[in-house]
Design a protein around this ligand. Sequence first.
Ligand SMILES: Nc1ncnc2c1ncn2[C@@H]1O[C@H](COP(=O)(O)OP(=O)(O)OP(=O)(O)O)[C@@H](O)[C@H]1O
Ligand SMILES: [Mg+2]
Length: 350
Amino acid sequence: MLFGKKDIIGLDIGSKHIKVVQLKNNKDKFTLERLGISSLEPELIVDGSILDSTRVIDSIKELIESTDIQTKDVTLSVSGHSSVIIKRVSLPQMSEDELEESIRFEAEQYIPFDIEDVNLDFQILGLAETDNMMDVLIVAVKKDKINEYVSVVRDAGLEPVIVDVDAFALENMYELNYETSDESNVALVNIGASMININILKGGMSVFTRDSSVGGNLLTEALQREFTLSFQDAEKLIQEEEIEGVSKDEASAVLNSAFTDIITEISRSFDYFRDTTNYENIDEIILCGGVALTKNFVTLLSERVGIDAKIVEPFRNVDVPVSFDNEYINSVAPIVSVAVGLAIRRIGDK
Ligand SMILES: Nc1ncnc2c1ncn2[C@@H]1O[C@H](COP(=O)(O)OP(=O)(O)OP(=O)(O)O)[C@@H](O)[C@H]1O
Ligand SMILES: [Mg+2]
């Protein structure tokens, strides 16, 4: 197109926060145009299922209005092990067109769902070590899940044009902001309220992905139980606000012990990765999602798994105009990392 590609917004619908990011592509650099986050009440989205679509739709509408976004085209994403399967497989060598024709047949044995119930996509990664074979990444997403998310986005007056997967959005966000090195393995770990998405990159290429259905809700619930608090008050404590009757030290002690469940889940995924790759090392963790902001979490994670962990910088390579409140952007950066990865997608890219 003569005037550059059409603008698209990245919309990440999480169970705790809906995030929207719009980036403008000037030559080789992206500039932040719009950013917004709105909080959802608990129980509207549970285990990735939208239980109260009316209120989710209203939230999306309000968010788009309050951020003054004019663009209608949206990239959205889905995740969760019960609806998304990502597999690296070895197939006989063939052209992209040939694979397009036969993907349903080839994928069937690798996908634990009925092949009629999923949308399939693939990427040829390269020739395999074995003769006449090639490595292919197959992605299967349940049609139900796509429809569920696409319809709330449509009902909010927007036009979904790309449906992505959280793990790949993280990878795109990472590529935009970090130098990839051939020697190192980097684990992108996104911890939201109800889900953990892990994508391990080897020399910048995804070699392992896994979604788990635990997240920051474990922290909120632990505080609620210990101090008999409402969900909202427990959230305030997590964000280091004052709550009558609970000291910060008491809250911190409960949180530190609740971290264990989240860290154990991450360790387990790393063990799977090592088991399936002849005990490869993980050199670094880049931590995304709201839980990355919880006090002491990064340090504890790093200590317990024995890997250097850093909080993601999703705007490291993005121009953020002075009209944005820089302090605010920094304070929410990990929360919008998936949305940044979605916002750089363009129709027809891969
Ligand atoms: N400073 C903070 N601000 C906001 N959320 C925080 C903060 N510190 C910790 N959290 C926790 O981060 C989680 C929300 O993160 P995020 O927005 O990434 O989740 P989500 O994408 O809405 O959820 P999911 O995708 O898992 O359904 C909550 O569990 C919240 O308690
Ligand atoms: Mg999320």
